[in-house]
Write a new protein. Structure first.
Length: 147
């Protein structure tokens, strides 16, 4: 691989990450509003030893940006259709629901007994993660063209 090819590839990856971060922030905004309506933001804030809904929203948005950036790297290699964006976004949301809501969050909050426990709150969380994924996927398509 030539230096020019490597430079173009790095630039393309960075553009995909940036587009993904912005798309993730859009998806996070929608999901964050849903969590605010359901009173879930204080639990997110507990990840940083707070119970403030505003802190919870800020933590959620940072996580959303990171997940969006990772999505951008993967999605840049997929076909550029709305159908693909919807399916890829749904898969991304489900993966992060399992990793985040069902595994990492309970462990980080010292609630190991809640790992893989699925009740009403977790089903609502799944719905939010899927919506986050779809919004992120659909926003990524036009954003990727801009960067």
């Amino acid at each position: 691989m030539t230096a020019q090819t490597q430079s173009t590839k790095n630039s393309s990856s960075l553009s995909s990450i940036i587009a993904g971060v912005i798309a993730g922030l859009g998806g996070g905004m929608v999901f964050g509003m849903m969590m605010a309506m359901m009173g879930m933001l204080p639990m997110i804030a507990m990840l940083v030893k707070s119970q403030s809904p505003l802190v919870g929203f800020a933590v959620h948005m940072v996580i959303s940006a990171g997940i969006g950036g990772a999505y951008g790297l993967v999605a840049s290699r997929l076909s550029k259709t709305a159908g693909t964006a919807i399916v890829a976004g749904m898969v991304n949301g489900i993966v992060w629901w399992v990793l985040g809501a069902l595994v990492l969050m309970p462990l980080m909050l010292g609630m190991g007994e809640m790992v893989f426990k699925v009740g009403t709150d977790q089903w609502f969380s799944l719905m939010g993660h899927v919506i986050f994924g779809v919004v992120t996927g659909l926003l990524f398509l036009p954003l990727e063209k801009r960067f």
